[in-house]
Design a binder for this molecule. Structure first.
Ligand code: CTP
Length: 443
């Protein structure tokens, strides 16, 4: 019996896939189809895949062409599979010509001509694409624009900035640039807000009133009430309002949360998160400066609220203010007391510290090394080091591209709180409010 094996993602199964499977089957008597796992696709840069692994396997199964379906989960697996299943022929489409010649050591390699004019990418991009406008002034927007190129359901087309003269790169690359926010809103269906936190509420509100989806740097508002106002507006107008805390969309971070929920370190009794970055204040116009809590608070609060919830009994805020501009905090520490746990966040743009995350439980702890907020790696550590476990998940582009994919999915599904719940968005706004009102605080 001649055994044939082929691999693919098979997203939104199309006739190019079916023709490939038919010809692969005809090469032998028994066809094994390897369908790529979601994580494996992500590490190969395929982040736009629409269907889940289960859906893709089911679609291949329904063709009736595969005698066996396996999941491709890791680099180098093809050699293992060829040996394990005694494969005679490995085949893929001609878009891979030459790439798998190294498998000739183990079996025959056949490249089948690819069917012209169809691909999963083409089907995905035929679906509606979000036209997005950028708002703000920082150089981060250049990076954001470059990252958006990896996401085929989002098309960044315009910029609104008060500093247009400094935004040459974006002006050269986008369809239009303006300093008039209403003009931007007229020409897009979504905005990414990277302006000063004091402007977020007004900019979110104006976008939502016009039925535009919003991805907004956190905090989206500076009080619970203002936040509710925005969330209600989004709901009433059928819009997505999503908080841009990139960490939430990073695979390693979300996998770590799942491990914690499954009790891998026992009962959790403390969460300690530190985020700092020294800013060169002299080079930043003081009106555009973000305070430490504004810059880092939402990110540091994320694991606290996602792991321990928001039902804390009390909190205490300690802050060190800038000597000359006292509205800016150089460093802020917040301690939370829960009925059976405690948490602390330390954030600073005028103080430097080790940016790590430690979550302690009754059986062990999670250690995420600096900079934990863009992590690809974490460890579960136990009393007996032999039981320690290390986890690695590749992260590309600091999470920006995953965040954009999440926005596009949220718009498609009409649901935005898969990664960050609206309760967390509200509580972050509440903390900002208490901080500005100097509640629970001594300097
Ligand atoms: N394939 C083909 N003809 C096409 C598209 C795909 O023969 N028009 C083949 C590929 O060469 C591969 C298999 O089908 O052997 C699975 O390809 P996959 O990467 O899942 O499909 P694409 O449509 O190429 O996906 P994408 O656009 O996301 O790259």
């Amino acid at each position: 019996m001649r055994k044939v094996i082929t691999y693919g993602t098979y997203d939104l199964l199309h006739y190019g896939h079916i023709r490939l499977l038919e010809r692969a089957k005809a090469l032998g008597d028994y066809l094994i189809v390897g369908v790529t796992a979601d994580d494996f696709d992500k590490t190969r840069g395929k982040i736009n895949v629409r269907q889940s692994l289960e859906e893709r396997i089911f679609a291949v199964m329904e063709t009736g062409l595969a005698d066996k379906i396996i999941i491709e989960e890791y680099e180098g697996q093809k050699i293992d599979d060829i040996k394990r299943y005694n494969i005679d022929i490995f085949t893929v489409g001609s878009d891979w010509e030459g790439v798998f010649d190294y498998l000739e050591e183990y079996c025959k390699v056949v490249y089948l001509p690819r069917t012209q004019g169809i691909s999963s990418t083409k089907i995905r991009s035929a679906e509606s694409t979000l036209r997005m406008g950028l708002v703000g002034y920082s150089a981060f927007l250049n990076k954001f624009y470059r990252e958006s190129k990896y996401v085929n359901s989002v098309d960044v087309v315009g910029l609104c900035s008060t500093d247009l003269q400094k935004m040459e790169y974006l002006k050269d690359n986008l369809e239009f640039a303006t300093d008039d926010y209403d003009e931007l809103l007229e020409q897009v269906d979504s905005v990414y807000l990277h302006s000063h936190p004091a402007k977020h509420f007004d900019e979110c509100r104006r976008a939502l009133l016009r039925g535009k989806h919003v991805l907004c740097e956190s905090p989206v508002a500076m009080s619970k009430e203002a936040c509710d106002n925005l969330l209600n507006l989004a709901k009433a107008n059928g819009c997505i309002l999503m908080e841009a805390i990139r960490t939430a969309y990073i695979t390693a971070y979300s996998r770590m949360l799942l491990l914690l929920k499954s009790g891998r370190i026992g009962n959790i009794v403390s969460v300690d998160a530190t985020c700092t970055s020294l800013s060169n204040f002299n080079s930043i116009d003081y009106r555009k400066r973000w305070g430490s809590l504004e810059s880092w608070g939402p990110t540091a609060l994320l694991p606290v609220f996602q792991v321990l919830g928001m039902e804390y009994v009390s909190k205490h805020i300690f802050t060190v203010r800038d000597e000359f501009i006292p509205e800016y905090d150089l460093f802020t520490k917040i301690d939370f007391t829960y009925p059976q746990a405690s948490a602390s966040i330390k954030v600073g743009t005028g103080v430097k510290s080790e940016g790590e995350l430690v979550i302690s439980g009754t059986q062990g702890y999670v250690y995420v090394p600096a900079p934990w907020w863009k992590t690809d790696y974490f460890e579960l550590r136990y009393e007996n080091p032999a039981n320690n476990k290390r986890y690695f998940y590749q992260v590309d582009g600091e999470g920006i591209r995953y965040e954009l994919v999440a926005l596009a999915n949220a718009v498609r599904n009409g649901k935005s709180d898969y990664y960050i719940s609206s309760e967390i968005t509200r509580e972050i706004a509440n903390i900002m409010h208490d901080f500005s009102e100097e509640r629970d605080q001594n300097r």
